[in-house]
Ligand binder design. Structure first.
Ligand code: AMP
Ligand code: MN
Length: 324
């Protein structure tokens, strides 16, 4: 283990000195943002702090089993006073979707590349496989023992953000933390089953429809998936059911990147995934989005066939750039 970053001590002191703490994370929360917020919230409550967790969007149904998920409040504006605000998993403050956070003392804890250091205190560590890895170290530094509920929350965050221990950024630290998590007595198999074996039949139907219509571009190196409202209706799905489907085409040896166009509202959401050194984050950033090298996303406000082609050609260029 490397020595703890100096920022960690300052963050611990700020939290120990606070009476009321607000926790938040990014819009459209994922396993890491939910697990990180809930586990840190539980630790701070154990220390007697008044804790509220406020997110812009509700959690996908898939995460309904997470302990204390119901304590997360949904709002678009924060008006109440808090001694400090902890923003988890956000490379910039606007990723929260919340208004009313400017001018507040903010603790920024994140693992996304390109974090703009918007906090009063900033702990940014791209080497973490999940924000939950940092949260777990913070909980340790606060001297709070892990309960089984906190262990479940942290494990879901790490399991989902690493794509079940397959993505980049898995280090010995990841497994040290998972070892601590496992010693609380939780059953990692049960947790994985809740996350991966608990989807709707509609999701299975939708997966079939998407793969059936998948296009292969750039010499089979780019897989393109396209979703619209009519397909969701035909499969009997909600947008929640889409989560994770984007990763499936990576199972084919030839496929180096996946582009998933989701035309389910006014704007077009695009999810990008890639293998190895293919950097789809750069593509997302070039359209005002962001994410990680192998998992990124963007939104196109005025979609057209030209913007679709532009995304595809930039992904193809990212693949070409990665080739020796
Ligand atoms: P998604 O494809 O929506 O699951 O997103 C993949 C990754 O990219 C996640 O780490 C997201 O937090 C990140 N991401 C998605 N959309 C954006 C965006 N508009 N700006 C910054 N990061 C994003
Ligand atoms: Mn994360």
């Amino acid at each position: 283990m490397t020595s703890p970053p100096p920022e960690l001590g300052r963050i611990r002191d700020a939290l120990l000195g606070a009476r009321s703490v607000l926790l938040t994370s990014h819009e459209r929360p994922d396993g890491d943002s939910l697990g990180s917020q809930l586990a840190l919230g539980a630790a701070l409550r154990q220390l007697g702090k008044q804790v509220r967790i406020i997110d812009y969007d509700p959690a996908p149904d898939l995460y309904a089993f997470l302990p204390d998920l119901g304590t997360i409040e949904i709002a678009d504006n924060v008006t109440d006073r808090f001694d400090t605000v902890v923003v988890l998993e956000c490379s910039s403050l606007d990723r929260t979707g919340l208004r009313g956070l400017d001018e507040r003392p903010i603790i920024n804890i994140d693992h996304h590349p390109g974090n703009v250091m918007y906090g009063t205190l900033n702990w940014h560590d791209e080497s973490a496989c999940a924000c939950a890895e940092l949260v777990s170290e913070l909980i340790d530094t606060l001297g709070v023992p892990l309960t089984p509920a906190m262990a479940t929350q942290l494990y879901v965050a790490i399991l989902t953000d690493t794509g079940s221990f397959r993505h980049a950024n898995i280090t010995p630290r990841t497994f040290t933390i998972c070892q601590k998590i496992a010693t609380t007595g939780i059953n990692p198999t049960d947790v994985a089953s809740q996350v991966y074996n608990n989807g709707s039949l509609g999701r299975l139907r939708l997966t079939g429809m998407l793969l059936e219509r998948m296009q292969l571009e750039h010499g089979h190196r780019v897989a393109v998936l396209r979703l619209n409202d009519a397909m969701l209706a035909e499969a009997g799905c909600t947008p929640d059911d889409i989560e994770g489907i984007v990763n499936i085409p990576l199972a084919a040896r030839d496929v180096q990147a996946v582009v998933f166009f989701k035309d389910t509202g006014a704007a077009m959401r695009v999810s990008l995934r890639s293998k190895g050194s293919v950097d789809v984050r750069q593509v997302a950033v070039s359209f005002g989005g962001g994410g990680h090298r192998n998992a990124a996303g963007l939104t196109i406000e005025h979609p057209s066939s030209e913007t679709d082609s532009l995304v595809l050609s930039r992904v193809a260029a990212a693949i070409t750039d990665s080739e020796p």
